[in-house]
Write a protein that binds this ligand. Sequence first.
Ligand code: HEM
Length: 149
Amino acid sequence: MSPGAGLASSSGLTLGFIVSPGTGFVVCFGLTLALLGVVVVTGLKARRALHLTCVVLTVAALGATIYYAYGLGKIYDLAAAGWITPVHLSLARANTVALLVPVVTGIRTMFVPATRALHRRMAFLVIGLTVLTAITGAWMLWLAPKFPA
Ligand code: HEM
């Protein structure tokens, strides 16, 4: 179920998701970025168990971020924001798929340690893309008007 499609209770409260799409998105996206930071630090320090745990948590937080982002799309008229919307949506899709690259190179590094430098380059590339995606996403929301309630 998407966050914009909560179940209406008899008291008028909306059930089905814990917080509003706006709050959920900001919290989950912030958590994703913080976890990505921990992934990088634990990777550089070769704290392998913690590194892998944080990768799993990052993917879960990203999943929650995407869930709330779809909810935000029901509140804001994203099409009205203009050219930034298709640019951001393309970047967001590419970024989600690109996250698989350090996952693949990371698994390879466990078996072929010589590919560690490649893994690091791919990781930093994806993080750069994530920052670009965040900037264009914030820009898009800033330009998008809210749908009338
Ligand atoms: C299933 C996913 C992943 C696996 C199996 C994995 C595995 C590894 C391994 C084996 C190392 C070498 C350190 C060590 O020996 O413990 C490493 C380092 C590192 N990882 Fe990952 N990783 C994964 C995902 C990621 C992701 C998603 C990022 C960031 C976007 C990342 C960033 C880094 C960085 C920056 C290093 C340090 C590289 C260096 O110092 O040369 N990893 N990772």
